[in-house]
Unconditional design. Structure first.
Ligand code: CMC
Length: 427
């Protein structure tokens, strides 16, 4: 049953339709507002604005719920695999065994990069941040795969989605190998997605590499936990870039650039640096005081949407313990600082009042460090995993016949029209 909202400006009232989704807050449809009333709505940061319709991911931030195509993230993290989650996000349903075998094969057989592509990496300085390399390299894919950049062709959209999911681990591993001066490792088709990535990142020609099932599972789970997260900044960037008809590789490169920021994907790197800076448990109170004095933020805490415990953070915390038990030091001082900081923050009035809970980045940094990744790779791994979310959202946008170029409006506060003054007449 459609409801209406009424907006009154001066003596005129406007009826605005209220639209209901399957769950979550209703939205007020303001699409015709400007035509009818001549006013815009004002919402910097999109705190109250739905930018699109989507069937992919649902978050209830107050309840700490995250669903992909209706399935809770915890169930997917514990029972599924990253590639199965990729299929789910892209296609809307979990695959049958035959569909999965086909998808697995397609992704596996697209993992190699064009041989000329490797020259891109050597163009970077050896101390380049892997995210700088990822942004450039992923954008460059569009120069190599001309046969899948016609965005109006559903088959080409599908192929480019598969290529991106498949090639991202190869690019991320090369970005890492390049930064440590080790030779690139060619993907192997007999390994799983996570295993293949770990081998490309950590094996060296001088010795045999054997998969560690605990680390493989942890990597796969980290990928699942980062696969999609609704209309966050980088996903919205991908949609906005895609709305102009830009090719998918360019759009994903735009998403990577946005993800790099410390308020978004860069937070896992920053969270680990913060734990290092705190160093020991006895220094926590002083650090927390600095947060309250607004000298800095507690990295890995807080979220625009979650005003309850981030459900991904719970799984991440468990994975972190499993990894540390396997390869790390369970007495790692950073872990001790992390656990104590979490305890203090969860009980401190300042954080409770503002509903600041640990987010997924709080524990992912410690886990990735124990697995052998340098901090500079953390965000690159996030980008690798989030690629499926970005491309699924991008694909969904193209499947919507009402797609329009994204073009926000503004509240102009600059000077009124004035006449140009020649330089010698300016005083
Ligand atoms: N540490 C201390 N205070 C904080 C923090 C924090 N991490 N986050 C928010 N606050 C305070 C903020 O100062 C404000 O207080 P007051 O009302 O007194 O002015 C209040 O909480 C609301 O903050 P906000 O900036 O309006 O909240 P937001 O929804 O715009 O920000 C956020 C969300 C993620 C940018 C922010 O919480 C933050 O900067 N967190 C640290 C960075 C981080 O961990 N980012 C990863 C997010 S999860 C992964 C991802 O999706 O990329």
């Amino acid at each position: 049953m459609a409801e209406n909202a009424t907006l009154t400006i001066g003596n005129t009232s406007y009826d605005l339709q209220v639209i209901k989704g399957t769950t979550g807050p209703d939205v007020i449809d303001v699409r015709k507002l400007y035509d009818e009333s001549g006013v815009f709505t004002f919402d910097p940061g999109f705190t109250s604005t739905a930018s699109c319709e989507s069937k992919i991911t649902y978050i209830d931030g107050d309840a700490g719920v995250l669903l992909h195509r209706g399935y809770p993230i915890e169930q997917l993290a514990y029972n599924s695999s990253f590639l199965e989650v990729c299929y789910l996000l892209l296609n809307g349903e979990l695959p049958t065994a035959a569909e999965f075998a086909d998808f697995d094969k397609t992704i596996t057989y697209h993992t190699m990069l064009h041989a000329q592509f490797d020259r891109f990496f050597s163009g970077f300085r050896s101390d380049a941040h892997p995210m700088a390399i990822m942004t450039g390299a992923v954008g460059a894919l569009s120069a190599f795969y001309h046969d899948s950049i016609n965005v109006d062709d559903p088959e080409q959209r599908k192929i480019s989605a598969h290529r991106l999911i498949a090639k991202m681990p190869t690019i991320a591993a090369r970005a890492y190998k390049y930064s440590v001066g080790q030779p690139f490792v060619t993907p192997r088709n007999d390994l799983s997605y996570a295993e293949n990535f770990l081998r490309m990142a950590f094996s060296v020609p001088a010795e045999d590499w054997r998969p560690n099932p605990v680390l493989t599972r942890a990597m796969d789970r980290i990928f699942i936990l980062h696969a999609d997260h609704e209309q966050n900044a980088s996903t919205s960037t991908v949609r906005l870039a895609g709305s102009s008809g830009a090719n998918p590789f360019a759009c994903i490169a735009a998403g990577i650039a946005c993800l790099w920021g410390p308020s978004h994907g860069g937070a896992n790197e920053e969270a680990l640096m913060m734990l290092r800076e705190i160093g020991t448990v006895d220094r926590i109170p002083e650090y927390v005081q600095g947060v309250k004095d607004r000298k800095y933020r507690l990295m890995g805490f807080g979220h625009r949407v979650y005003k309850n415990y981030d459900p991904r953070a719970k799984v991440m915390q468990e994975t972190c313990h499993e990894v540390l038990k396997e390869v790390g030091d369970p007495d790692d001082p950073l872990l001790k600082v992390a656990m104590e900081l979490e305890k203090i923050a969860l009980n401190d009035e300042y954080f409770v009042e503002r509903k600041l809970y640990p987010n997924v980045d709080f524990y992912s940094g410690i886990t990735l460090k124990a697995m052998g990744f340098p901090t500079t790779m953390f965000t690159a791994l996030f980008a690798l995993a989030r690629t499926v979310g970005w491309i699924s959202q991008w694909k969904e946008m193209f499947e919507d016949p009402r797609r329009k170029i994204g073009r926000p409006r503004q509240l102009y506060n600059g000077p009124l029209q004035r006449d140009y003054v020649a330089i010698d007449k300016r005083g």
